[in-house]
Design a protein around this ligand. Structure first.
Ligand code: N01
Length: 546
């Protein structure tokens, strides 16, 4: 169907932003305070914070180091806040987010407790109409999704859940008042980054914890602790240098990947390097050699070191063997970091159950029954089972583009975007950290700042040039999808066949490697180049003459 020429319509808002986490907050600040636009944020939660508003599970803590897990666009803002620990806990991040929101006076333009139920593009008016759960309808020229990549909880459809006589929770929808595990028999399903953080904290409180492991996972100690006064002073004084580092590294973290191959050193030197990285702790372990994510044999050396650590820590050989029976390259799935995860299996009140060998058959009124008939009696089940990642939060918005095309249909075979920022058929829609952008492979605030700034600059350009409609050319989308695929396959990442990066954790979801694995610094350059070339690959249309 031919589409009518765009008109500059009279909308309620210049921009509607969905979500008030890091991305929605910064996008609001840029559009309202820098461009002077009329912008409104719609947020499902009762406060700011995005993922941290919902993920209040025991042990919830960020695994980016605190001095890099924050906004860095403003020197003043950066220097005014002081983090207390190497890795910020959920409560401290929430304090930070609220502090920023108040400091930038953002809350007056955020509608809380407002769930978006549908977004429709009206081609004739060239407007987005956004509907909320209360039936309210708002219109805007620009629709910007700031819904995060991990905000749609994945509760597996295990038969019998509704019959369970105890309580159950998903870590991503944790009750604000907390959960009292005292005296309880707890079962936790899932051993991803979340599960690995939750296990030690739940075990310390519960009468008994049974961990149901489907896929064994690597983990490196976080070595979290209070930050020394000298470090805090160093971070304050080095705002610019920290920012330059995080913007120049492939993953947006404040450490540099060593410029050496695992094969440049002797076996003894390699072990010493891994040992030092293990002692230092955290995600930096990945930075020991530059080829860990490219060369399977190099990766095998790291994997062997980490599996040996598990066997060294865990006293019961049978439990250690199950925990170390890891079937994917190190860091091909998101690598967790922990505080006493493997040590927790030495406690008398913790049991590991291998549900790959003996799968969960059903949930009964009393607990969890496995295929071989074994029944685990439980009072509480914790689902640390992850998310319908990246596409889930977008599809949940029921977005309909040009010619009534639902996003779910456009993406039936997997997400297709240009730069992870726009989708053909969906004019004037921007997706912050969308599929096809580095997003979850990067320290999130770093990629969020880049996206929000690119979008604000783009909107300023469009307004300055009288352009009313922007949409990617299908050929540009085609090229970008191919490039995202090629970038993923240049690494070992697709080798973890059950990873949520591939959508493999949600039954029926298309298996497409969703984030851009070419590195954040390279991606930043590509986006800048596209803008410098007059938004190459996008179709820009001026309003129709009146
Ligand atoms: O989720 P996951 P997550 N039966 O999907 C298992 C971020 N994050 O919430 O691997 C049995 O990684 C599943 O098993 P398998 C971070 O980006 C960040 O832990 O599919 N088990 C797996 O073990 C992270 O990667 C921080 O075989 C089932 C687990 O549940 C992302 O969030 C902290 C199952 C899910 O692991 C998601 O992590 C925490 C079933 N039916 C999280 N279904 C930071 O610190 C699923 N599983 C920033």
């Amino acid at each position: 169907m031919m589409q009518s020429a765009p008109r500059a319509g009279a909308a309620d808002f210049d921009a509607i932003i969905v979500g008030a986490g890091f991305s929605g907050m910064y996008q609001l600040h840029l559009l309202r305070d820098r461009l002077g636009l009329k912008a409104r944020v719609l947020e499902q939660g009762g406060g700011v914070g995005g993922t941290w508003y919902w993920n209040r599970y025991p042990g919830a803590r960020c695994d980016s180091e605190s001095h890099s897990y924050c906004f860095t666009f403003s020197e003043a803002l950066y220097k005014e806040w002081e983090w207390s620990e190497r890795y910020p806990g959920q409560a401290e991040i929430m304090r930070y987010m609220n502090w920023v929101a108040d400091r930038l006076d953002l809350k007056r333009d955020i509608a809380f407790d407002t769930r978006v139920t549908a977004c429709r593009y009206d081609a004739a008016a060239n407007l987005w109409e956004v509907e909320t759960a209360t039936g309210e309808r708002l219109t805007a020229t620009w629709l910007i999704t700031a819904v995060g990549c991990l905000s749609t909880a994945n509760v597996p459809k295990i038969p019998g859940l509704e019959s369970f006589g105890g309580r159950w929770y998903h870590t991503g929808q944790w009750p604000h008042e907390g959960v009292d595990f005292t005296g309880a028999r707890v079962g936790q399903i899932g051993t991803g980054s979340t599960g690995i953080q939750a296990v030690p904290v739940i075990a310390a409180e519960a009468k008994h914890l049974t961990v149901f492991q489907r896929t064994a996972n690597y983990s490196v100690p976080a070595r979290n602790g209070p930050l020394a006064a000298e470090f805090k002073a160093w971070a304050r004084e080095n705002w610019q240098a920290i920012r330059e580092t995080t913007q120049s590294t492939p993953n947006g973290h404040p450490f540099i990947i060593a410029d050496r191959s695992a094969w440049d050193v002797t076996e003894a030197e390699r072990q010493a390097i891994y040992e030092a990285a293990w002692e230092k702790g955290g995600l930096q372990f990945r930075a020991a050699f530059r080829d860990l994510l490219m060369d399977k044999a190099a990766n095998d050396t790291a994997a062997a070191f980490l599996k040996a650590k598990i066997r060294e820590i865990v006293q019961d050989p049978e439990t250690a063997a199950k925990l170390a029976d890891i079937d994917h390259p190190y860091a091909a799935k998101r690598p967790p970091i922990d505080t006493h995860y493997f040590e927790t299996f030495n406690r008398d009140n913790v049991t590991l159950v291998d549900v790959r060998a003996n799968p969960i058959e059903r949930i009964t009124p009393e607990g969890i029954r496995l295929r071989d008939g074994t029944e685990h009696a439980l009072d509480i089940i914790v689902f640390a089972t992850g998310f319908d990642a990246m596409t889930g939060p977008l599809l949940r918005l029921n977005i309909t583009g040009r010619d009534g095309l639902p996003l779910a249909e456009a993406w039936a075979a997997g997400p297709r975007t240009y730069l992870g920022l726009q989708v053909d058929g969906f004019p004037n829609l921007f997706t912050i950290t969308g599929p096809g952008s580095p997003s979850v492979l990067c320290n999130m605030p770093v990629c969020i700042e880049q996206h929000a700034e690119w979008i604000a600059d783009c909107i300023a350009h469009l307004r300055g040039n009288g352009i009313a409609r922007m949409e990617p050319e299908p050929a540009a989308v085609e090229r970008w999808v191919a490039h995202v695929n090629e970038a993923a396959h240049a690494t070992l990442l697709p080798q973890a066949g059950h990873s949520w990066y591939l959508g493999a954790n949600v039954p029926g979801k298309p298996r497409v490697f969703m984030p851009y694995a070419g590195g954040m610094a390279r991606y930043r350059g590509i986006c800048a180049d596209v803008a410098a070339k007059g938004y190459e690959g996008f179709r820009l249309e001026a309003p129709a003459p009146v």
